[in-house]
Design a protein around this ligand. Structure first.
Ligand code: CA
Ligand code: CA
Length: 169
């Protein structure tokens, strides 16, 4: 039995990955996310941080395609997302954290201080650049800062991200 709440959550997760909104997830969605982040924070694609972000985006795409692109056409359709990605992410959240980590690490480096932590407000900017609405971005960023000190760390972001995408049925 599939609930409408479950369907709604799946649709929201799919839309997050389908950055350009063309109805499927592919490499362009991941490189587009990297490009949007670099534009938001004024970093050059050829800079070290830019290269790390694009490399992380490519690794993230390869990992997602490995889990979900059943027919190998380099596109993850909504059906492939539901039948492949969602189930496998739920069964193995650690694997998801692993494929997402290089991208999340590189995104955090765009806004982090030398100690590797980022301000909650900058985390909101990251989420906004990825197309998350203002209110949700604020809620998510505040939730990431579990101890309420106004700083967000990689140790907080990666598991939270995995939790968000491992949708309970
Ligand atoms: Ca797309
Ligand atoms: Ca496919």
């Amino acid at each position: 039995m599939v609930s409408s709440e479950y369907e709604r959550r799946i649709a929201a997760r799919f839309a997050t990955f389908d950055q350009d909104g063309n109805g499927w997830i592919d490499r362009e969605d991941f490189s587009g996310a990297a490009k949007a982040l670099l534009a938001e924070f004024g970093a050059a694609a050829r800079s070290d941080k830019g290269q790390a972000l694009y490399a992380g985006a490519e690794a993230f795409w390869q990992g997602m395609a490995g889990m979900a692109d059943r027919d190998g056409d380099q596109r993850i359709t909504r059906t492939e997302f539901v039948t492949g990605a969602v189930k496998r992410l739920r069964d193995n959240p650690d694997r998801f954290a692993e494929i997402a980590r290089p991208f999340l690490h590189a995104a955090l480096q765009l806004v982090a201080d030398p100690d590797g932590t980022a301000a909650v407000d900058d985390t909101v900017r990251v989420l906004r650049a990825l197309g998350v609405g203002e209110d949700l971005a604020r809620t998510v960023a505040a939730g990431l800062d579990a101890d309420g000190d106004g700083r967000v760390t990689e140790q907080e972001i990666v598991p939270a991200f995995a939790r968000y995408f491992t949708v309970p049925e």
